[in-house]
Design a protein around this ligand. Structure first.
Ligand code: ZN
Length: 407
């Protein structure tokens, strides 16, 4: 793999060329098979940064190129020994050339999507600046996803009134299948990496919560994942970001989506929360994500489910079948708490799971090891918030995390 960055004012373009052993099919760090659509993309920054350390350019490139790279990657500027070592150890890929010193930075920014999880992070860190990734169209790839209203999400981010850097990029269109999206989950940070020297970033906070970090959430199912390759600080990606002087920080990594939902709904940013990419004046209310989040919100607000989605609809089909489910801990939580859930699209799931309020009480507190892995400069703030506002899991409750998918 060979990577070339070129700058034109505020816009950076990356092109990459596959070597003979590389392939247009690859896998994301979570195991998802991916197919490449095109080998270039751009990132539009809000202003031309004073400088960009070569490790930042290289790591931003790696968040897109990693799935397609087999044996080696050659960057167009020398990188640090630390980053080359992290890519070698993490992926078995030879990275170079080397020959520059390591970088470091001081501030913590939030990779802000506007969803409930990132709003919860924003509520915890009220003075942290936001960096928001906005999808824009690619000049050579037709956009069949015009219902994804990234412009609405960017407007909502601006409406928060927080210090905000919006980076616009078409990098998601480098992915042909399963659909346009981040080749690696970390590609959402590509623009933040390019701005990291300008903003003096030493860390980037993400809204990944207990399920994503520790329970093998999302595309994983039911598996305790202390060594999560994407989000553990000692995992491949955690080490690569640390080597580039931008530590991965998961302020809500120890709490469930019930807690992040409650924090978001109680936040002064409540009016700007939006987890759905489809709605303009509000969430669409008809997609699978809206249905899942509605279950959590109804559980948190202790009210009946509000949805027009019926059991026969494709987005509700998985809940008519037996578990395991993605995000199963939150399905259990919702089914145990939503009044009248047995007569909703989640009725079958509720019967299969048999969850109760007491069997899901652990999802209302913080898993202590998640605090210990926050980098030192920010750990005290997170610990104070979790002990003061949320409460820590008991040993028995922590065991629920550590036996998830095992018991
Ligand atoms: Zn929706």
């Amino acid at each position: 793999m060979r990577v070339t960055w070129t700058a034109d004012g505020d816009t950076w373009r990356m092109a990459f060329r596959l070597d003979a052993e590389d392939d247009v099919t690859g896998r994301c760090a979570d195991g998802q098979p991916l197919r490449l659509a095109t080998n270039s993309f751009r990132i539009e920054l809000p202003r031309a940064p004073r400088e960009i350390h070569p490790d930042l350019l290289a790591l931003a490139a790696w968040t897109v190129a990693a799935p397609w790279t087999r044996r080696r990657i050659v960057f167009d500027r020398p990188i640090s020994d630390g980053l080359a070592g992290a890519i070698g150890d993490g992926w078995g890929v030879e990275a170079g050339p080397t020959g520059t010193g390591a970088r470091s930075g001081g501030r913590l920014a939030i990779s802000y999507s506007g969803g409930a999880d990132s709003v919860a992070v924003a509520a915890m860190l009220p003075d942290a600046p936001f960096v928001h990734f906005q999808r824009v169209s690619h000049p050579r790839v037709p956009n069949r996803w015009t219902h994804y209203r990234s412009d609405v999400l960017a407007e909502l981010a601006a409406a928060t009134g927080r210090e905000l850097t919006v980076v616009r990029s078409d990098l998601e269109f480098t992915l042909a299948e399963p659909r346009p999206g981040y080749p690696e989950h970390h590609a959402v940070a590509a623009g933040a990496l390019l701005m990291a020297d300008e903003l003096d970033l030493g860390g980037l906070a993400f809204g990944y919560e207990l399920g994503s970090r520790w329970l093998g959430g999302d595309r994983y199912l039911l598996r305790y994942t202390p060594d999560n390759p994407m989000w553990a600080p000692h995992g491949a990606w955690g080490r690569a970001f640390a080597a580039a002087g931008v530590h991965l920080v998961l302020p809500v990594g120890g709490v469930s989506e019930a807690v992040t939902m409650r924090l978001a709904l109680n936040s002064e940013l409540r009016g700007q929360v939006r987890w759905c990419l489809r709605g303009v004046g509000g969430p669409c209310g008809t997609c699978g994500k809206c249905l899942y989040k509605e279950l959590i919100q109804a559980a948190v607000e202790r009210r009946p489910l509000r949805t027009t989605i019926t059991a026969g609809r494709p987005v509700a089909r998985r809940w008519q079948e037996p578990p395991p489910y993605g995000g199963q801990e939150m399905i259990e939580y919702g089914c145990a708490r939503v009044p009248g859930v047995e007569d909703t699209v989640f009725g079958a799931a509720a019967r299969y799971l048999g969850a109760t309020e007491s069997s899901t009480a652990w999802l209302e507190r913080c898993y202590p090891p998640a605090i210990e892995e926050i980098p030192e400069p920010w750990r005290g703030r997170v610990r104070d918030f979790m002990t003061g506002e949320i409460g820590l899991m008991s040993e028995d409750e922590a065991r629920r995390v550590e036996t998830w998918g095992v018991a």
